[in-house]
Design a protein around this ligand. Structure first.
Ligand SMILES: [Fe+2]
Ligand SMILES: [Fe+2]
Length: 283
């Protein structure tokens, strides 16, 4: 394993190492100091992450068990593995973005590195709970759902704004709902430790959503732009407001993340094209 003394080397190591332990090493140099980011180098684009055989990606995954099914330990293990793998992909995607856009303001790069380190901790929290269920990631399907969004982000004329809208304002915003829904499911099933893991992830994701929303506006050519148009203009298809939420919509989490009332309402009422097609057939 290569040492990493800079953010650039660290991100390359996350993406080019196939094993979980290396991907989860914190962003610190060999003596434990923060990594240097003074010369982030030229842009680097990775199309996919290195993954050892037991971590290989597949397209699609089985249906996620419903929160009401979590009294079954196998259903709990399936959910914990799914969530851990989402966090692992989030780690890789922040590394991808840091390599792709070396010239962004250092303040934003620092925040992305903080997010990345938090995603590593989220992944570990779920992996620890999965281990208590006598299981690990190798025994579960590992869908490439986050990585599947990357080509559209990479192609987007909106560059890092497309990443902020996709990652922060769609995938992470949706996670605000999923973490609370499954927190309650685990709690009702008597698995308080897993419930606490969901709560911890939720609380960190509130900050991730806030950072994405603030920086989407700060990087907008028109600083006074309306957040709804900034999001709609930059979010890469097929991601959309209809995918920025879960089955139970938490207005409070979004308010904590600083999202505006009109933006929250926009997401709350957003319907997918499938839902719209269904309703026009019925009407
Ligand atoms: Fe996370
Ligand atoms: Fe996050």
């Amino acid at each position: 394993m290569e040492d990493a003394n800079t953010v650039h080397e660290f991100c390359l190591r996350v993406l080019d190492s196939g094993d979980l332990a290396t991907k989860l090493l914190p962003p610190r140099d060999t003596v434990g100091n923060p990594l240097c980011d003074r010369t982030p180098g030229a842009p680097v684009v990775r199309e996919s992450p290195a993954r050892d055989a037991e971590l290989s990606l597949s397209s699609g995954a089985d249906r996620l068990p419903h929160p009401g099914q979590l009294s079954d330990p196998r259903a709990r293990a399936t959910c914990l593995a799914r969530f851990a793998h989402h966090e692992l992909m989030a780690v890789e995607l922040f590394a991808w973005a840091l390599l792709r856009w070396p010239d962004l303001p250092s303040e934003l790069r620092q925040l992305w590195l903080i997010n990345l380190a938090e995603e590593q901790r989220h992944c570990q929290l779920y992996l620890d709970r999965l281990a208590v269920h006598n299981s690990d990631l190798s025994k579960h399907t590992r869908s490439d759902y986050f990585w599947k969004q990357l080509p559209a982000i990479a192609r987007s004329p909106h560059g890092p704004r497309a990443f902020l809208s996709a990652m922060g304002l769609t995938l992470e915003q949706a996670n605000l709902d999923f973490t609370l829904l499954y927190r309650d499911g685990f709690r009702e099933a008597g698995d308080e430790e897993s419930a606490r893991a969901c709560q911890r992830v939720h609380d960190d994701e509130v900050a991730h959503v806030r950072r994405a929303s603030e920086w989407l506006m700060r990087l907008s050519p028109d600083h006074e732009a309306d957040p709804i148009s900034a999001y709609e203009e930059t979010v890469p298809f097929p991601l959309a407001a209809s995918r920025a939420k879960g089955r139970r919509f938490s207005v409070a989490s979004r308010r904590s993340a600083g999202l505006s009332e009109p933006f929250i309402e926009h997401v709350r009422t957003a319907r997918s094209s499938q839902q719209l097609a269904g309703s026009s057939k019925r009407s």
